[in-house]
Design a protein around this ligand. Structure first.
Ligand code: PRP
Ligand code: URA
Length: 210
């Protein structure tokens, strides 16, 4: 099975990503932009949610109209930087539950190291959307998804703001069943595993820890 990969071309998303890339953008504005972009991406990533028809009485007449057919979602940010995307996502889907996977990338080996995992108890009944602004080598996303798969969710989508071609390809081959939503695909990785041109270290810019 071939993964679906959606690159977001919406003008509002592209405009906000340009502001995010600017090294002069401070933490407060950076956090706000991450949250706004996540909200817009979530709008795209929930396009396939099923609807059912209901009847609602308006002040004028009875309307045959549609509501969500009750599919359950869980957002799972990869710590730390994924946390920045949670507010925007749950603003769109307030009933979603939130799990957390803690991973950091060893600066020498560039391999992810797991330090935390807590997922909703009913994850088997849920469709999971994994959140991380950066998909660089793909190691963190691949490991996080492998951890989540052990709990047998109904499906998994991965949402990142900036992806390197290396990371997108690695994730596609490691998890062929995961749909990828990426707001911008950049050129390459540099020798330190940073996305070029990218936006720098997302976690440091969100939390002001540079
Ligand atoms: C960043 C980012 C991803 C990871 C991407 O996290 O948020 O999780 O790097 O790199 P990869 O695709 O090569 O694995 P980082 O390891 O810097 O941890 P932090 O969010 O705690 O700063
Ligand atoms: N993690 C980041 O935060 N930025 C990159 O460019 C690569 C990995």
């Amino acid at each position: 099975m071939e993964n679906q990969v959606f690159i977001m071309e919406h003008p509002l998303i592209q405009h906000k990503i340009s502001l995010l890339r600017d090294k002069a953008t401070g933490s407060k504005e950076f956090r706000e932009l991450i949250s706004e972009i996540s909200m817009l991406m979530c709008y795209e990533a929930t396009r396939d949610l099923p609807l059912k028809e209901v009847e609602i009485e308006t002040p004028v007449a009875v309307a045959k109209t549609k509501i969500l057919a009750g599919r359950k979602l869980a957002f799972v940010p990869i710590l730390r930087a994924g946390i920045g995307m949670v507010d925007g996502a749950i603003a769109m889907v307030p009933a979603a539950k939130v799990g957390h996977i803690g991973l950091y990338r060893d600066p020498e080996t560039l391999k992810p190291v797991e330090y935390y995992s807590k997922l909703p108890k009913d994850i088997k009944e849920r469709e999971v959307v994994v959140l991380d602004p950066m998909l660089a080598t793909g190691g963190s996303a691949i490991d996080a998804i492998s951890i989540i798969k052990k709990s047998n969710p109904k499906s998994i989508k991965f949402m990142c703001i900036i992806g390197a071609p290396e990371g997108i390809n690695a994730l596609k081959s490691a998890h062929t069943d995961v749909t990828i939503y990426c707001a911008a695909m950049d050129q390459k990785l540099n020798e330190h595993g940073y996305i070029v041109p990218g936006l720098g270290d997302a976690g440091d810019r969100i939390f002001g820890t540079e």
